[in-house]
Design a protein around this ligand. Structure first.
Ligand SMILES: [Zn+2]
Length: 409
């Protein structure tokens, strides 16, 4: 990817940092669960003209190459034992099997050629996005190669080898603890919102509080949860009176459609208003979209109320503060490319039409048979009943009240 052609922009408009480089695209394309997906994502975005200075009159895009994360940066969350193993390329072929098992590097997370570079660069990409947000004019950063929300401190899990979401949130927490020079009237707050089909176990467990303080980091995951559905976690169910109000889960039943997400979104808004964050990190996993091989939800891309694009539009246009958009799951690669290109256009304040034809480019044949941008809903029945969605609403109304009370302490 050519990142040298972007000239400094002097227009007094909001800047969107899009983290990408040819090297990042190459290593991300090696990820066993999502081979070549990154190449599709960035080449579609380019072919749609999203990287053009004139794409939007509202916000300008700046392509920002990622810095590779060093051992010390990765070690702020990951253990030394995990990093010693994944960062040594010799271990891909000759690593000890017992150690691989211990570190989760088997089954859905096999060691792969390029793993060390992948971990350094994807971890570094999300940290680069956090750094970009420190520029006064930069209000939004995008890192579609990030969003690896299942990776644990000392283990790979669920196709995730590096906990870039957690690393980015920790970096934001360090920054906001220091505070800007002028000094805020109150400590800054960060909300992590996870829209992936799967529960954000890696991130939620990392920040889960068992004591009753008034934390400045809140995690909120909307996902499917059921016995036997990955990942198994006690934190993946609806909040209770005893649970941590800053580690939130909103499980949905199969077939969740725009209608269900529009109802669930009311709870997201209530929690957001009560918490009032300064930074919002959104994991935009797209495996809940219709057509994904996971085939659990029946969500569509946009722009109807409740669609993925509508939800992300609410965050980037209606919520105050700075936002970081990350990628995540999504196992139909052309659909993931469609979704993240569309969300990029939403972030730039100039949403593309879902009816737009896919431009002729290297990967064009993969967009058959529709050859348009949209990811429409299918025929799956929405199993989220009115009764269940009312329970969700009442539960989160209660949670929002508790959060509001806790934040005034
Ligand atoms: Zn997922």
């Amino acid at each position: 990817m050519d990142t040298t052609s972007v000239e400094p922009d002097t227009r007094p408009v909001v800047q969107v940092a899009y983290v990408a480089s040819l090297e990042l695209m190459k290593v991300s394309s090696l990820l066993p669960s999502n081979k070549n997906r990154s190449a599709l994502v960035h080449t579609l975005a380019r072919s749609l003209g999203l990287f053009s200075r004139n794409f939007s009159s509202m916000r300008t895009i700046a392509l920002v190459p990622p810095q590779s994360a060093g051992f010390a940066e990765l070690n702020t969350y990951h253990t030394k034992d995990y990093l010693d193993f994944v960062l040594d390329p010799r271990n891909v072929k000759s690593g000890d099997d017992g150690t691989k098992t211990e570190l989760g590097l088997e089954d859905d997370c096999p060691p792969f050629e390029g793993m060390a570079d992948y971990v350094r660069l994807v971890g570094g990409a999300s940290l680069t996005a956090v750094k970009a947000l420190q520029q006064p004019r930069c209000e939004l950063a995008i890192c579609w190669d990030g969003g690896r929300h299942h990776a644990q401190k000392s283990q790979a899990a669920g196709f995730c080898y590096v906990a870039d979401c957690t690393l980015a949130l920790m970096a934001l927490r360090r920054l906001t603890e220091q505070g800007p020079q002028a000094g805020p009237a109150r400590k800054m707050r960060t909300m992590y919102l996870d829209l992936d089909l799967h529960f954000s176990d890696g991130v939620s467990h990392a920040f889960h509080q068992t004591t009753t303080g008034s934390p400045h980091l809140l995690t909120f995951s909307i996902h499917h949860a059921a016995p036997g559905f990955f990942p198994a976690s006690a934190l993946a169910s609806l909040p209770t009176a005893d649970s941590d109000p800053f580690t939130l889960s909103l499980p949905l039943q199969p077939g969740a459609s725009n209608r269900t997400f529009a109802r669930a979104w009311q709870s997201v808004e209530r929690v957001h208003a009560a918490f009032n964050p300064d930074y919002v990190v959104v994991q935009c996993g797209v495996d809940g979209l219709a057509g994904d091989p996971c085939a659990v939800f029946n969500w569509s891309l946009g722009p109807e109320e409740g669609s993925l694009g509508w939800c992300v539009g609410r965050v980037v246009n209606e919520w105050r503060g700075k936002k970081l958009l990350l990628g995540g799951g999504g196992y139909d690669s052309p659909n993931a490319a469609r979704a993240w290109a569309y969300l990029t256009s939403v972030a730039l304040g100039n949403p593309l039409s879902p009816d737009l034809s896919i431009p002729d480019h290297d990967h064009f044949p993969l967009y058959a048979p529709s050859f348009v941008l949209d990811v429409p809903a299918g025929n799956m029945q929405d199993q989220n009943s009115d009764e269940y969605l009312e329970t969700v609403k009442q539960t989160f109304d209660g949670v929002a009240t508790v959060i509001a009370e806790r934040m005034t302490k």
